[in-house]
Ligand binder design. Structure first.
Ligand code: DGY
Length: 317
């Protein structure tokens, strides 16, 4: 490697093909573990690097960015970038990139997996069988609900929300949206959040985590949902106040929930762990072999492009 090659810190284990792609253009310092680098080590290893390739759960705050005195690009292997202080990066002329689009299909699929799992009580059935608690077919055992004729309320008009909505007609569902701009609904009704919560049978969240969306679903908004409705969250944990959700489920203010993301994950609110009518997955939205590889490749290409003096493929703004 020529001494003048740009240097890049990779914060977590990535496929070797992706590291090879980076190594062809850069001098790579790879933390080859799935564990997070502690903040002090992250800052020390970032010093003098031109590129940072990180994950959505690496906190890249202003102090960390300041430690990267030579940084030109911060590339996250994720569509969401709420972990990065983008303003601090921009002030220092650092480009921030993410990996939109390629995880849309995978995340929409997981959203539907949760919708179906909650409405048809898949998790409950699985647990009963494993506990040797199934004693044969009976007429009214574990009855669920049906999706046909019901309303899907999609909160957020971005790519993932649209991809989830696109499947609804196959299940005979009507779709309504709530989003601030009114964009993305393609002829489907756009309601206020209150109206969507009041009328939908399935409420699915597809918004980024920002100051405006933090605790969008809380003790104030949950009671507005139908008691028969379910809440699905495959966006970001902080969009739902988990304590309020545990309360609403315990009080039977809503019928169930399907969650892939949590406030303070991997910690999960104990009140959610004891609810039978909640299906929990460990942040698997984009977790397909195809999508994760494509995300890592795109993130690496963003680093290479910027460090070669070319525009990034997918800057965040
Ligand atoms: C994302 O891309 O934002 C996911 O949450 C991590 O895959």
């Amino acid at each position: 490697m020529a001494p003048s090659s740009p240097t890049v810190l990779v914060t977590r284990r990535l496929p070797s093909s992706v590291l090879d792609m980076l190594r062809a253009a850069c001098d790579v310092d790879a933390h080859g573990s799935t564990d997070e680098l502690d903040p002090q080590t992250l800052r020390e290893r970032l010093a003098g690097k031109q590129g940072l390739l990180c994950m959505f759960n690496d906190p890249i705050d202003a102090d960390t960015i300041a430690a990267g005195d030579g940084l030109k690009v911060i590339s996250t292997v994720a569509v969401g970038y709420d972990n990065i202080d983008v303003s601090a990066a921009t002030e220092r002329g650092i480009i921030v990139t993410n990996t939109p689009d390629i995880l849309t299909g995978a995340t929409a699929e997981l959203t539907w997996a949760l919708i179906l799992a909650v409405t048809r009580r898949v998790g409950e059935g699985d647990r009963i069988i494993r506990a040797r608690g199934w004693h044969g077919w009976t007429f009214d055992f574990l009855l669920g609900g049906e999706l046909r004729g019901k309303q899907l309320g999609v909160v957020g008009g971005g790519r993932i929300g649209q991809a989830v909505a696109a499947v609804a007609s196959a299940f005979g569902m009507e779709v309504v949206f709530a989003n601030r701009s009114g964009a993305g609904a393609e002829g489907q009704p756009v309601l206020s959040l209150d109206e969507l919560l009041r009328t939908s049978d399935v409420v699915s969240l597809h918004v980024p985590l920002t100051d405006a969306t933090r605790h969008l679903i809380d003790r104030r908004t949950l009671p507005r949902m139908k008691r028969s409705a379910i809440l699905i969250n495959t966006s970001r944990g902080g969009v739902v106040d988990d304590d309020a959700l545990a309360w609403a489920l315990e009080e039977r203010l809503i019928a169930g929930a399907g969650l892939d993301v949590y406030e303070g994950e991997p910690h999960v609110h104990p009140g959610l762990l004891v609810c039978e009518n909640v299906c929990l997955t460990p942040h698997l939205g984009s977790a397909t072999r195809e999508t994760r590889t494509a995300m890592a490749e795109l993130a690496a290409r963003n680093v290479v492009e910027v460090l070669a003096g070319r525009p990034p493929l997918t800057p965040v703004s």
